[in-house]
Design a protein around this ligand. Structure first.
Ligand code: ATP
Ligand code: MG
Length: 687
């Protein structure tokens, strides 16, 4: 092969990772682990490796590439295309990119394989997928059926039940252990919870729905069949995974089943950035990876950071250096700068919002696009006052990992209708739709769904049912709509669904005009998918991000500021980064009650936030912030102090400022921030 000049930009270690196993008589090498710190080029190396494999003759259709989000997968595919273009030329690189069809998230890939193998493993290929909220709704339905309603003394709430269930599944841990370790206050309910979970599983199976956890669980179980594992494993010559530190036990077992000897397996990650243990991710996956194979996996470590300036990196290294855990990587950079990260004290969240807006605008004046600046926060609700200020000042923004467009009731209604047509056994969708009909109460809805469930052809059964006495013409219109939708073409059926839904929308919501605009947007999004099933699956797994635009659809080609939870900012970088509420109580989020493992995870979270910055980093410390408190305390303002993760000893790594610099009486009076309904926003937190 001609000397590949596109590798010239890589350093020696990166190049070793890229070339591992390539070129000596074949392109499939033994297992490879790249474990390295933030900004050291792990993702970049992975992209080069994929390009290099393809240039060396690997078939892109036989490459499985798994990343943390669909967005990350798409970015990776573009990077691979850009790199390969230099050797293959534009046309061939574009063809290659189109052939890279197995790039996605673990959940997305799992859903796809499960549909394909459905018949062989005894599930309905037309299964629908429940997002967390649907799952909680189903858990609630089942809870009532089991007689474990809220009214029972202190029985855990539906969301808690779901979290416990999810942890048991993802960590492959017995319920007693999960309760003891993470939910000690629920320990007395182990027997009831077991019964509840058994019924929940039965309900999902009867209704042909899978929740997020099932996508991994079913996939892992499917892979325990040696024949299927061999079949799927042999479809891929290369399996590559980014952000491996945030995978859980099920994911690692899937990987092992795909490639038991590790041939063609590459994983990359950073143990100092593991931030998903609340979803049962375990850093042990990455730490134990080399020993899982014989001979052991090749290990590449990278120690040069290409992202950040020295002062930014020093501050981030300082923060992670105080961790009780030992991370061996010590990053260096040759990007010098005299600008230390800012540690900004100000009065409260309203002032914090104004500070950010001023800085962002000043940067833009100096030629820095809004897109190159990001505001990061611990919890989705923290950006409330900032969102208000940005809207007031007409600054467009996109919010990652926050409240989603798809959470809006009317959008959910439309999606539920489509889901119901796709899978009429899905009771959560069925309830939602039937509730829209005037004259159909919960008892009637339940009766209708029960009668459907008993039939081998539920839609047929539905159409035969007599109209409920008080539903009349609405019932006839509903049945008509369902029949039409069953046989109409995608995406024209969306239009039909909307025609049926709009009168209900007008009846239920006063602001139906703006909501109608969302539905038009939904149709536009739908146009990008080849089938109803694909649309529903992908939207459920990885919804589009919310924006300042009413419709909530990303403003793709305009300039906009990025707002993101730290969790969703993983792997990304911006020229300027502002971190909100760097105070105890937000970071760490739990005022002193967290276990030491939880506190350490919060420290890593701050590290992840800081290492997103290339040139310019601001940690903002409001002296007062609004908190959504424990039941006993309620929502309130609390006085806050700088996060414990930046003790006095680290302060010299920062430039301390306060804002406004000369706090005038006037500025202080103006600081009456709007009251934000934190409670409502909190729901978006873990999504
Ligand atoms: P994270 O841990 O945050 O996911 P990472 O290790 O995946 O970071 P990348 O995102 O791949 O790091 O790279 C960080 C930045 O460094 C990117 O802008 C990338 O283009 C740049 N970079 C990586 N390797 C090199 C290199 N050899 N020469 C120049 N720039 C590089
Ligand atoms: Mg990365």
């Amino acid at each position: 092969m001609a000397a590949a000049t596109y590798l010239d930009t890589l350093n020696g270690e990166q190049r070793r990772a890229v070339e591992h196993g390539v070129g000596d008589g074949g392109t499939v090498g033994g297992p490879l682990l790249v474990i390295a710190g933030a900004g050291s080029g792990k993702t970049n190396t992975l992209a080069h490796r994929v390009a290099h494999l393809i240039v060396a003759g690997a078939d892109p259709r036989r490459i499985l590439l798994m990343t943390f989000s669909r967005r990350a997968a798409a970015e990776m595919a573009s990077r691979v295309e850009r790199i390969a273009r230099k050797v293959l030329g534009e046309n061939k690189a574009a063809v290659m990119r189109d052939a890279l069809t197995w790039a996605g998230t673990f959940h997305g890939i799992g859903a796809r394989l499960l549909r394909e193998y459905a018949e062989r493993i005894g599930i309905d290929p037309a299964f629908t997928i429940h997002d967390r909220e649907d799952s909680a709704d189903l858990m609630n339905l089942v809870r009532h059926e089991c007689g474990l309603s809220k009214t029972q003394n202190r029985f855990p709430a539906k969301g808690t039940c779901l979290s416990i269930y999810s942890r048991c599944v993802n960590a492959e841990m017995a319920i007693e252990k999960v309760l003891g370790q993470h939910y000690p206050w629920c320990s007395g309910w182990a027997a009831e919870l077991k019964g509840l979970f058994a019924s929940y599983v039965e309900a999902k199976q009867a209704q042909h729905v899978l929740d997020y956890d099932d996508l991994l669980l079913y996939w892992a179980q499917m892979m325990s069949d040696a024949l299927i594992a061999e079949e799927i494993g042999s479809r891929f010559d290369h399996v590559l995974v980014d952000e491996y530190q945030d995978t859980n036990r099920l994911q690692s077992s899937v990987l092992l089943a795909l490639k038991p000897e590790g041939r063609g397996l590459t994983v990359v990650g950073d143990d100092a950035q593991s931030i998903y243990s609340f979803r049962a991710a375990t850093v042990r996956n990455i730490l134990e990876f080399p020993q899982q194979f014989s001979p052991r996996a090749e290990i590449v470590t990278l120690d040069r950071n290409y992202r950040s300036t020295q002062p930014v990196l020093s501050a981030a290294n300082g923060v992670i250096g105080l961790s009780k855990e030992r991370f061996t990587k010590n990053l260096w950079t040759d990007r010098t700068s005299s600008q230390k990260p800012q540690l900004v004290s100000l009065r409260d969240e309203a002032e914090q919002a104004r500070y950010i807006v001023e800085q962002v605008l000043a940067n833009r004046e100096q030629g820095s696009l809004l897109k190159h600046q990001a505001v990061l926060f611990r919890t989705s609700s923290h950006s409330g006052p900032l969102e208000v200020e940005l809207t007031r000042r007409n600054i467009p923004f996109v919010k990652f990992g926050g409240l989603k467009f798809l959470d809006a009731a009317h959008v959910k209604d439309m999606l539920a209708l489509l889901r119901f047509v796709e899978n009429p056994r899905d009771r959560v969708a069925g309830f939602r739709i039937l509730h829209l009909l005037p004259g159909v109460g919960p008892a009637t809805a339940q009766r209708v769904l029960d009668q459907m469930a008993e039939s081998a052809n539920p839609i047929h059964a539905l159409c035969q049912l007599p109209a409920p006495p008080r539903a009349g013409a609405d019932w006839t219109a509903f049945i008509q709509a369902i029949e039409n939708l069953r046989y109409s073409e995608w995406p024209a059926d969306l239009d039909r669904a909307r025609l049926w839904y709009e009168p209900h929308l007008d009846r239920i919501h006063e602001d139906s005009e703006t909501r109608r605009a969302d539905l038009v947007q939904l149709e536009q999004i739908a146009g990008g998918y080849v089938s109803r099933e694909k649309f529903l699956t992908e939207l459920t797994l990885d919804p589009p991000d919310a924006t300042s635009d009413q419709a909530g659809v990303p403003l793709l080609d305009e300039d906009y500021l990025i707002l993101s939870t730290i969790h969703s900012a993983k792997g990304q970088e911006w020229k300027s980064v502002y971190v909100l509420n760097v105070v105890d109580g937000c970071m760490p989020s739990d005022l002193g009650t967290g276990t030491s493992a939880e506190i350490e995870e919060e420290r890593r979270l701050l590290y992840v936030a800081m290492t997103r910055a290339k040139d310019d980093l601001h940690l903002v410390v409001p002296q007062r912030f609004f908190t959504h408190g424990q039941a006993a305390q309620g929502d309130r303002h609390v006085y806050a102090s700088r996060t414990r993760f930046i003790p006095e000893a680290l302060v010299p790594l920062f430039e301390r400022t306060s804002w406004p610099q000369a706090a005038s009486g006037q500025a202080r009076t103006a600081a009456q921030g709007p009251r934000i309904d934190v409670g409502a926003r909190m729901r978006g937190m873990w999504r």
